[in-house]
Design a protein around this ligand. Structure first.
Ligand SMILES: [Zn+2]
Length: 453
């Protein structure tokens, strides 16, 4: 009977095509039992900014499924003040994964295979600044340091896991209207109260969220006519405290339209509902149809709406793919016949969550080499277009990317991936400074990010 049940359950998963469960990391042993990664199906966040107490809090109601009995794994950098599993108070322990790659939170109470409800309360502390007018807050992310996706702010799952997310936000006691820049659908449901719903393919690195009191930003709105006939809303904005005048935003608009034209020609219609550009004057980070960037990185970051936040990495060891492709594009897609050296971009310890910096330099050269290898098939770009058509919004491993390339082109590349991206001894922190020299994705400290709020 148990066997029968398991068979039914597994075939049900296969029928649902559950990409989340098939990409979850394997369970690992802890002193308290087996830690198991879940499939979050829905997460509703109730977020409150209280102007009187100058405190912000978040409450998460998460529906999830586990396919093996064990201790459910999630993450939140802030210590939760309350956790409930199916209505009963539980605790969780922050602990290292088996090779010390990263830290996650593991529930102390075991859950049976099946569906559960996880409730978590956390204080909202990072990138929250109460001012005389209201509050500035953002959920900006990075893939270059540990635990810098949504988990830096809210209880969250991991990159492999796509979750239907919504925010229920109240600005308690706000005297000024708050402006919200986000890549979800915002509805005003009352005075100082909003709901935001995000597409169900979003994961912990997808959401762009930034709120400021009205009057503190300059913005321009535009509309780009996509090749598929849609009018894509474009919002470009900057902070008045950083930039005087809005003149510079027109330059961003011109640039973004050029890049839209280029990318739609190469990879098809813009895969998102909108484009939001925050002119931060530095750094650069990509979200689904949104970016915080400086002028020079607009093309790089918009490219990431196809590769990174379109064709998505499922883990740290596949995170280099999109940076290598983006850097190859930045270099104007050079082709080469040979490649010297190697890297360990694909072979960091199993639970690694961050991206290897070699992506920007050696990774880009590896793409040039693949372009040469696939020259008889028109090079690498037709395959990239194929991946956007076939694998958009379903997080993948580097092994799947290589296998797709071999299958689609008829030219075997798996040995090349092995030779050039699984070489040597890797450590998660290994780094070359090419990216920082180029100014793209420069590691920004929380202090720097606070200045951009
Ligand atoms: Zn990038």
């Amino acid at each position: 009977m148990k066997f029968f049940f398991l068979t039914v359950m597994m075939s049900g998963l296969a029928m649902a095509g559950n990409n989340d469960l098939s990409h979850r990391p394997k369970s690992f042993s802890t002193r308290a039992g087996k830690a198991v990664f879940a499939d979050f199906t829905e997460a509703q966040y109730t977020i409150s900014y209280d102007m009187n107490t100058k405190l912000a809090t978040a409450h998460a109601e998460i529906d999830l499924t586990v396919v093996e009995d064990g201790l459910i794994v999630f993450d939140s950098v802030q210590d939760p003040t309350m956790i409930k599993l199916d209505g009963a108070i539980v605790t969780a322990t922050a602990q290292k994964t088996p090779n010390n790659e990263t830290t996650v939170r593991v529930l102390d109470a075991s859950a049976a295979a099946g569906s559960h409800k996880l409730s978590v309360d956390v204080p909202l502390k990072e990138l929250v600044e109460f001012t005389a007018d209201g509050v500035k807050s953002a959920f900006w992310t990075s893939d270059l340091d540990e635990r810098n996706f949504m988990e830096r702010y809210l209880p969250a799952s991991f990159e492999y896991d796509q979750v239907k997310m919504s925010f229920d936000i109240t600005f308690v006691g706000a005297k000024t209207t708050q402006v919200i820049y986000t890549n979800g659908i915002v509805k005003e449901k009352g005075r100082n109260a909003y709901t935001i719903s995000y597409p169900k393919h979003f994961n912990a690195s997808s959401i762009f969220f930034h709120t400021v009191p009205q009057g503190q930003t300059n913005e321009i709105k535009a509309s780009y006519r996509s090749i598929d006939g849609r009018d894509i809303p474009v919002t470009i904005y900057s902070s008045k405290s950083l930039w005087s005048g809005a003149g510079g935003l027109d330059r961003f608009k011109t640039k973004s339209f050029e890049v839209f034209n280029e990318l739609e020609k190469d990879y098809g219609a813009w895969p998102h509902e909108q484009l939001i550009i925050y002119n931060a004057g530095m750094g650069g980070m990509e979200y689904c149809g949104a970016t915080m960037t400086d002028y020079s990185a607009v093309g790089h970051e918009m490219f990431h709406s196809y590769f990174a936040r379109g064709v998505m990495p499922a883990n740290g060891n596949s995170g280099w793919l999109d940076e290598a492709l983006a850097s190859w594009r930045d270099n104007a897609y050079p082709r080469s016949e040979s490649l010297s050296g190697s890297s360990s971009m694909s072979s960091h310890p199993y639970y690694t969550r961050i991206t290897d910096d070699a992506a920007y330099s050696f990774g880009a050269r590896f793409m040039s080499y693949l372009d040469g290898k696939l020259a008889s098939k028109g090079g690498l770009k037709p395959f990239m277009r194929y991946m956007v058509d076939k694998r958009i919004f379903s997080p993948l491993f580097v092994e799947e990317f290589a296998k797709e390339m071999s299958t689609q082109t008829g030219i075997s590349v798996e040995a090349d991936f092995k030779k050039y991206t699984y070489g040597g001894q890797a450590t998660p922190q290994k780094s070359v400074n090419s990216r920082r020299a180029a100014g793209i994705h420069r590691k920004m400290s929380l202090k720097e990010l606070r200045n951009l709020l």
